[in-house]
Design a protein around this ligand. Structure first.
Ligand SMILES: Nc1ncnc2c1ncn2[C@@H]1O[C@H](COP(=O)(O)OP(=O)(O)OP(=O)(O)O)[C@@H](O)[C@H]1O
Ligand SMILES: [Mg+2]
Length: 98
């Protein structure tokens, strides 16, 4: 599937800086939670994707989990998705420290 995506992230300087700060904390061993909230189409997924790209460039393992509309009882689906991705990644690279 091809996705139209502008080459440059436009604006979002404050949010981008918050993401970079979270990455810097991560590099110091400090975890955290960054919540992107806003109305439909405002750019949450785009910002998350660009931050994930930056994180991956810095050698951070990026795991993705997706919620589905009307997911009902599957409250842990996003976490389960990310965890299984981590396990697959580890299984594909045996012997490497995770
Ligand atoms: N700051 C930005 N610079 C350039 N393009 C952007 C920016 N923010 C969003 N876009 C583009 O606008 C479109 C909608 O953005 P996006 O899908 O990230 O919105 P969303 O908030 O995740 O929407 P939804 O709530 O429906 O999931 C995408 O094509 C995305 O690439
Ligand atoms: Mg989105």
């Amino acid at each position: 599937m091809s996705v139209l995506r502008s080459a440059e992230l436009v604006g979002r300087d404050a949010e981008w800086q918050s993401g970079l700060a979270a990455l810097a904390h991560l590099a110091q061993g400090q975890g955290g939670l960054l919540v992107l909230a806003g109305e439909a189409g405002i750019g949450k997924s785009r910002l998350a994707a660009d931050l994930a790209e930056r994180a991956a460039e810095r050698g951070v393992a990026v795991l993705r989990g997706r919620a589905v509309p009307g997911g009902g009882a599957q409250a842990y689906r996003p976490l389960a998705g990310a965890a299984s991705q981590a396990l697959r990644h580890q299984a594909a690279r045996p012997g490497r420290p995770s």
